[in-house]
Design a protein. Structure first.
Length: 247
């Protein structure tokens, strides 16, 4: 009887572990891809991935102030490093999971062909994510500075809190064009775009890190392992990101 009770305890403990949710803070640009990866991970393991998305800067502040996320998928490398240094994340758990690409996009057909549209007077508003909070916003600032247009275009800039809001400004017509993540255009068939050359902005290396609330959670560690798998890397590449060398 004691042996049977022990076996039942192991069974129910294992069943409980299988159902453990993983709480993931994810940069807005990567949220749709993270949901697809979470679905694949859930199908393979039965763990549920619970996603909270926002700008990397805002999520960083929440984590530093004790938000109980277990995994952070940032749109940059700096914030995961700072969390690790501040002992909010597990040392040695950081790795690059995606390489971001920036695009200049308009919902209007034929409007954007290259950088020349930025030098003309055919638009009133240019949307970017907040450069202080969102890595894609910082990349947009890099591009405009590189082109010598940052100061000149200040009156036309509309800043979204994150890249999702910048995309929304353009898609709703509140801005004629804007800098967005290429991944956001994966399902956009209309409009016009310019894939910004990578040498115009600092590399957008998006890093993942295991946060302290997840350090003893096998489900959180399993999700990060899954993020390195061929299945996840295929979804990342299909969404319009570069895929880093294997960590």
């Amino acid at each position: 009887m004691a042996r049977l009770a022990a076996l039942l305890w192991v069974f129910f403990a294992s069943a409980s572990a299988v159902a453990d949710p993983v709480h993931v803070a994810v940069a807005t640009n990567f949220a749709p891809t993270c949901r697809a990866i979470g679905d694949a991970f859930g199908a393979a393991t039965k763990h549920e991935v619970v996603i909270s998305d926002g700008s990397s800067g805002k999520l960083f502040a929440q984590i530093a102030n004790g938000a109980p996320f277990e995994v952070f998928l940032s749109a940059d490398a700096e914030r995961p490093r700072k969390l690790e240094e501040g002992q909010h994340a597990v040392t040695g758990s950081r790795f690059a999971y995606a390489l971001g690409r920036l695009a200049l996009w308009s919902a209007r057909e034929g409007f954007v062909r290259d950088e020349s549209v930025l030098r003309g007077d055919g638009f009133r508003h240019l949307a970017i994510a907040n450069p202080e909070l969102a890595p894609y916003g910082a990349a947009a600032r890099d591009v405009l500075q590189h082109l010598g247009l940052w100061d000149r275009l200040q009156p036309k800039l509309v800043r979204g809190e994150d890249i999702g809001q910048a995309f929304q400004f353009v898609s709703t017509g509140n801005a004629e064009l804007g800098f967005v993540a290429l991944s956001q255009l994966a399902t956009e068939k209309g409009g016009s775009r310019w894939l910004v050359p990578a040498d115009l902005y600092a590399p957008i290396e998006q890093q993942a890190v295991l946060l302290m609330p997840g350090r003893d959670d096998p489900a959180a560690r399993a999700f990060l392992d899954f993020l390195k798998s061929e299945a996840a890397r295929s979804l990342i590449e299909r969404a319009g990101y570069g895929v880093p060398s294997r960590p």
